[in-house]
Design a binder for this molecule. Structure first.
Ligand code: GLN
Length: 479
C-alpha cells in the first residue's frame, strides 16, 4: 500500500473508493506485526479496530451519515490516557489489570469525529523519563536505528508513527515528552498551551505542567487534531474557556516574523555539533525569507532543570499517593495488614525511577525543607515565566533546539539519572511558562539520525507557530 503521511491524502482516496478503512487498518496491523521487535505496543485493539473500520466503510457506502473530520485517521494512544473499558497502566506494574471507567475528554472528541484507535503504546512509567527505558513493559526502540532509543516519555507514540503503524499518536508532555521523541524520530511534535486541551482522563504526573500533545508526520494533522481536542471541558477546571481557533485553516505567513533565540541555548556546551549546524542552517533559511532573528539574553537556562525536577517530583509525590495497592490495579498477594499492603504493593508496583521521584518530591515538600526547595523552585518558575512573557511581548516566537543531541544508544544514560534529566534542558521552559511549542524535523545529523528544532509561541498562539512550522516543513517533500 502507498505510504500515507497525511490524513488529507487518506480521505481523498477513501472518498474516491481507492481505499477502505478496513484496508487501512489491515495495513497498519501488518506493520505492527512487522515491527514487533521495536516493542511499541502494550496492547493492540485488533478486532475492535477492524470492526470499527468495517462499520465506517459501511456508513460511507450507504451514505448514512457525513463522515467525521477524522474519518480514516488511525491513531495510537500513550498508555496514560483513559479509554473506557480498556486497560491503562502508565507502563507500570502498580496499575496492572486496571481498566478505565471512562474516556479522557481528548479521546472522546477524537472518537466523535470517527478516529479509529488501534492500540495503546509504551512510554516511560507515569511519563517519567526521556528514553522509554523506564517502562514495566521494556524498552521501545527507534525505528531509524533499533540500537537507539525513540526518546521519551512518549517514545512508543513517536515510534508508532515513525514505523508507520498508525497515522498519528497522542502523547503527553510535562517537560518535553512529545517534542523530544518527535525530534529523535523525525516527526512533528506539538505541545499546546497549558489548559488548551482538557487533562480529564490523563493519569497525572505533574498537574501544573502536563498537557496532551500529538505526534504526526506533518503539521496539518497536528493542527486538525488540536482543533478537535481543544476547548473548555466541564471535567477539567484548568481547561481554558477561550474559544478554539480554526487551527486547521493554515494560511501562508503574511508578514515577516520577529523571532528570538538564545545564545545560551545555541551556544550551549552540551549541544552536539551536527544539531548546531542544522539549527544554524535553519536560521539562515528563516533570515533569507525575510524573518528577523535576534539573539536575546536568557540567563535563566541553567535554573530550569533544577526547578523543574523539584516542582514535578513534588506534584508527582502527591499525585501518585493514590496508587496504594488498595484502590487500583496491583495488590501484593502476601500482605498481612494494611500497612504491609501499602508498602509491598508500592515497593513492587513502582519502578526505581518512579520511587526516586516520589521520595525526592516528598522530601522537598516536607516541613523544614519546604521553603528551601519547593517555595524556592516556585519563585524560580515565576521568574522563568515572567522573563519568557517579556520576550514574547516583543517577539512573535522563540526558536530553541529540541534536544542537545540525536537519539542516544539504548542504556547509554541509564546509570546516571542526572545526565538524563539534563537532556531536557531545552524543552522544559515551555512547560514552566505554560506556552505552546512545536518541534519540526530539520534534517539528519550525526550518523544520519533525525534532528528537530522547536518553535515556542505566545500562550494560545498555536495558530502562529503552526503556520510557521507548516511553511518550513512538509513531510511529503522530505520523504
Ligand atoms: N523527561 C522529562 C521527565 O522525565 C519529561 C517527561 C515528560 O514530559 N512527561 O520528567
Amino acid at each position: 500500500m502507498k505510504r500515507y503521511t497525511q490524513l488529507q491524502d487518506i480521505q481523498a482516496d477513501l472518498r474516491e473508493g481507492k481505499l477502505s478503512c478496513q484496508d487501512l487498518v489491515r495495513h497498519y496491523l501488518q506493520r505492527i506485526e512487522d515491527s514487533r521487535h521495536l516493542n511499541i505496543y502494550i496492547e493492540v485493539f485488533e478486532q475492535e479496530a477492524l470492526a470499527k473500520a468495517a462499520e465506517l466503510d459501511r456508513q460511507l457506502q450507504q451514505g448514512e451519515k457525513t463522515p467525521g473530520r477524522l474519518f480514516g485517521a488511525v491513531v495510537s494512544i500513550k498508555d496514560v490516557l483513559c479509554y473506557k473499558d480498556h486497560k491503562v497502566t502508565a507502563a507500570s506494574k502498580i496499575l496492572e489489570g486496571f481498566e478505565s471507567l471512562f474516556s479522557a475528554t481528548a479521546i472522546e472528541r477524537l472518537l466523535a469525529e470517527d478516529a479509529i484507535i488501534i492500540g495503546r503504546v509504551n512510554c516511560d512509567q507515569f511519563g517519567m523519563g526521556s528514553d522509554n527505558g523506564n517502562s514495566h513493559y521494556g524498552q521501545t526502540f527507534n525505528a531509524a536505528d533499533p540500537e537507539r532509543v525513540p526518546g521519551g516519555s512518549s517514545g512508543g507514540s513517536a515510534a508508532s508513527v515513525q514505523a508507520e503503524t498508525c497515522l498519528a499518536s497522542l502523547g503527553t508532555d510535562t517537560g518535553g515528552s512529545v517534542r523530544q521523541p518527535a525530534a529523535f524520530c523525525g516527526l512533528v511534535g506539538m505541545k499546546p498551551t497549558y489548559g488548551r486541551i482538557s487533562r480529564y482522563g490523563l493519569l497525572a504526573y505533574a498537574s501544573s505542567f502536563d498537557q496532551i500533545g500529538t505526534l504526526t508526520n506533518g503539521v496539518e494533522d497536528a493542527a486538525l487534531l488540536l482543533e478537535i481536542m481543544a476547548g473548555p471541558d466541564g471535567f477539567d477546571a484548568t481547561a481554558s474557556q477561550r474559544a478554539v481557533d480554526p487551527y486547521s485553516e493554515l494560511a501562508p505567513l503574511d508578514r515577516p516574523l520577529k523571532i528570538a533565540y538564545f545564545d545560551s541555548a545555541f551556544g550551549h556546551p552540551q549541544l552536539e555539533p551536527s544539531v548546531k549546524q542544522l539549527s544554524m542552517d535553519f536560521m539562515d533559511r528563516l533570515k533569507k525569507d525575510g524573518h528577523e532573528l535576534e539573539a536575546v539574553p536568557f540567563e535563566l537556562l541553567d535554573y530550569i532543570i533544577p526547578a523543574y525536577y523539584v516542582l514535578t517530583t513534588a506534584e508527582a509525590s502527591s499525585n501518585l499517593s493514590r496508587y496504594d495497592g488498595i484502590r487500583f490495579g496491583y495488590r501484593h498477594p502476601e500482605a498481612n495488614n494494611l500497612m504491609e499492603a501499602y508498602q509491598k504493593s508500592r515497593t513492587e508496583g513502582f519502578s526505581a525511577e518512579v520511587k526516586r521521584r516520589i521520595m525526592l518530591g516528598t522530601f522537598v515538600l516536607s516541613s523544614g525543607y519546604y521553603d528551601a526547595y519547593y517555595t524556592k523552585a516556585q519563585k524560580v518558575r515565576r521568574l522563568i515565566y515572567e522573563r519568557t512573557q517579556s520576550i514574547l511581548n516583543e517577539f512573535d516566537c522563540i526558536l530553541m533546539p529540541a534536544a542537545p543531541g540525536v537519539a542516544w544508544k539504548v542504556g547509554e544514560k541509564s546509570n546516571d539519572p542526572v545526565e538524563m534529566y539534563l537532556a531536557d534542558v531545552f524543552t522544559v521552559q515551555a512547560n514552566m511558562a505554560g506556552i505552546p511549542a512545536i518541534c519540526i524535523p530539520i534534517g539528519k545529523g550525526r550518523e544520519d539520525l533525525p534532528v528537530g528544532i522547536q518553535i515556542m509561541g505566545k500562550a494560545f498562539g498555536e495558530k502562529d507557530i503552526l503556520q510557521l512550522a507548516r511553511q518550513y516543513y512538509n513531510p511529503s517533500q522530505s520523504a
